[in-house]
Write a protein that binds this ligand. Sequence first.
Ligand code: ZN
Length: 179
Amino acid sequence: MAAVPEDAAQTWRKEPERPCVYVWNERCLVMTLRALFCLSLLSMSPAALASKCSVELEANDAMRFNLSTIEVDRTCADFEIRLRHSGRLPKAAMGHNVVIVKSADLEAVDADGIRAGAAENHVKPGDTRVVAFSPLIGGGETASVRFNPARLDRAAKYAFFCSFPGHSALMKGELKLVP
Ligand code: ZN
């Protein structure tokens, strides 16, 4: 006789929780609040904050950038390329920067930059062909370059490259205006 209510109690305890679609209770409320909290954390994450108006570009001791194309949203009032040298070699041996030019000007700007020397970040002072450029950095350092995409000519092709002597052969990519 006593076994019957016991079994019944166990059966009741083992009953699976019913989905919130069918039954709304405190458990469902807690789950909903948790989900909302996670969503709010996601929306505030650095990845989300680092919107479409900036990009991380990495350069290394193997004389390479990690990106071959950078998409620039023309609606951004200000676009930032954050350069990080993930290598260990010093600036004098494996310096990197990021220079933005029209693709057609790349070679000439690079040649003038090499002549300008490291003290000028390998960019000829006052070079009007240069849209923007970052300082030259060594291993473990970071630098940043900003420009206004509205200043770029929609009909032209743009490129980014490193103007450290000899690097542009490998360290260059396309700066693509979108939309
Ligand atoms: Zn370089």
